[in-house]
Design a protein around this ligand. Sequence first.
Ligand code: ADQ
Length: 488
Amino acid sequence: MNAETISQLYRERFSDRSLIVVSNREPYIHRKTKQGIKIDTPAGGLTSALDPVMRAIGGTWIAWGSGSADKESSDDDGKIRVPPENPAYTLKRVWLDPKEVDGFYYGYANQALWPLCHMLIEKARFRMRHWQRYFEVNRKFADAIIPEIANKKDVIWIQDYHFTVLPYMLRTRSKDLTVAMFWHIPWPPWEIFRVIPQRIEILKGMLGCDLIGFHINRYCQNFLECVENELGTEVNRENNTILYEGRDTRLVPLPISIDYNKFDEMTRHDKIQAKLSDIKQKLKLEGKYVGIGVDRLDYSKGIAERIRAIKLFLKKYPEYCGRFTFIQIAVPSRTKIQEYSELKEQIEKMIDEINEEYGTDDWTPIIYHAANIPHHDLVNYYRVADMAIVSSIVDGMNLVAKEYIASQVDEKGVLILSEFVGAVAELSNAIIINPFDIEHFAEMIRKGIEMPEAEKKRRMQKMRAYVQTHNIFDWINDNLNAVQQETL
Ligand code: ADQ
């Protein structure tokens, strides 16, 4: 499946029904700089996954206008055609004031729901004022969506944990709407979910959907368990449906993926060899075995566990000192939340310590870049790396693992993958680790380095073939199929 086939299929199936995507993060952010207005594309799984889809299908994407130059770049309705270089769809921005951002985004979404869904109860903070703002902002989005519905059969596709009460709000405005949702993070077991004071409102809100997609079936099963226990509603575990207030909501496991061809092609571009030599020279990587980690700086990504494992690996196998270099690219994320600014400090301190203890004048064990590197540059790092380490302690899916695979055109790279990411079920040819078991983790780093070339190739070929045929367009096709079945 590719961009062209998906756009054709959409037209065949949905003819005059438009697609309205709703997310918190916008795909293009206009920012004021001294040199004029610059356009950023945010780091993050959701926007990087959905932009190619919207480019292919067209329609409207409604999101929070978070950039300092967003207002002056949009029309009076907050609309702008994107991508800027080749407009294909409409971005409609919703304006939030600082108090709303604080309560909705930094508060309820990222200090209550995010940690709780990642099963980190002790990090979750539930504050009534955050919940109130979260609720109000969901209503604001409902107000922004309604005028965009030209045909009551238009498909409204809501993304993620920022909008749990929005589906029900839309449903109360019109019973006939087609409302689907995709949940990008894990859904926790009921024993954890029940900690949320607003759990009933959240479940009722989401049951305003016709369809809810999760990455894997376990998250669907967890959701069913929560509905059963909290709402006392009968659920059908065989076909994953819930009958609530006379309407059906269906849950579907749909593992998200990446634009495989885009990564594969970017990695084959003419100047790649020159770029790779450049990076190798600048970072003194010549003759070294190179590992890479690419993450939003988030406590769910297991970056501290990874550094500990690398440290233990160097301690146990000193013959690799001077021969193994790890590049950690970490884009700072949600830094206004104390937990995140502390994590940044902790990671930087750990890296400084290991570099101090093991580094020499011409070797730095861990090279750290705290930057948002656009995908067309990121692929050069993926290519330079002989090994990628994805060591999340919990992760809904994890796209970095799939991006690394798509970038291994010479089929030599090794992927070390946490058993706690959604992607593990699909990528069993990776070297699987438990990020909490540091000794085994360190051992697997050595195994990855010393693995015979033929085995590296065999494993990588299998994973590449899988991601190629289960790419982002296959994912959207599966989502649209499911929506169509629900709303015929
Ligand atoms: P994220 O938690 O953001 O996504 P992930 O799936 O790994 O995690 O996606 C990260 C994206 O951001 C990738 O496209 C990556 O290339 C990009 N990125 C990371 N660091 C970057 C950097 N330093 N510079 C530039 N880009 C960077 C959430 C869930 C995941 C789920 C996705 C999609 O937490 O589990 O896979 O949504 O559903």
